[in-house]
Design a protein around this ligand. Structure first.
Ligand code: ZN
Length: 204
């Protein structure tokens, strides 16, 4: 079945991520590799959802066809195929809406957790943990210094020091992305997305 193939492939992708985390040094192309793995995992999540919805639509249409045949009605195969397609699309929309986001798929989550868990250890034992997610980091991801003036990125809730942002963003647009491992925000950083964060300041 199609979903078995997706399950196997996404499992090997998890192993691949594990291999990257254990053998590619942080300063190499690790982040780019992990980004690709995460992208691929989202595609698998989508394929899996699609295969499930198609199977659902198929069995529904089959049941309808069987009852039409038993009532003696004509059955048009092309019409049936079209109906399976439409139903699959509709179920898929509902499914995606229910998932919110492909990142919420359990393997995408597992992958994100793996990446997050491996980050502090790989960054060096004496460096303070850089917490991802809604929590507050106490060190700036670039300078590794204590954050003095926290700015929060509205798109992913990660916190940086104003000084680093100033240095990196300057006044012109640039293509630097959020440096936190496992961050799903792929948009280049802009001042528009930053807000000064007094709560993070107190927590520092
Ligand atoms: Zn981020």
């Amino acid at each position: 079945m199609a979903t078995d193939w997706v399950t196997e492939s996404s499992d090997s992708l998890l192993h691949f991520a594990d291999l990257i985390l254990s053998s590619v040094p942080v300063r190499h192309h690790r982040a780019a590799l992990l980004d690709k793995v995460q992208d691929q995992m989202r595609q698998y999540a989508r394929l899996e959802a699609e295969a499930e919805q198609a199977a659902l639509a198929l069995s529904e249409v089959k049941d309808e066809a069987v009852s039409s045949i038993s009532e003696g009605s004509e059955v048009n195969i092309e019409e049936l195929a079209e109906r399976v397609k439409c139903l699959t699309d509709r179920y898929m929309q509902d499914k995606l809406a229910a998932m919110g986001d492909l990142n919420a798929h359990d393997k995408c989550l597992r992958l994100a957790r793996m990446v997050d868990a491996a980050t502090p250890a790989a960054a060096g034992a004496d460096e303070e943990l850089v917490v991802t997610g809604m929590q507050t980091a106490t060190r700036d991801p670039w300078s590794k210094q204590e954050i003095r003036r926290p700015y929060r990125n509205r798109r992913c809730d990660h916190v940086y020091d104003h000084e680093s942002l100033e240095r990196l963003l300057g006044e012109k647009a640039c293509s630097i992305k959020c440096p936190y491992m496992g961050c799903t925000n792929k948009r280049p950083l802009t001042w528009d997305d930053m807000m000064e964060d007094p709560v993070a300041k107190r927590a520092c």
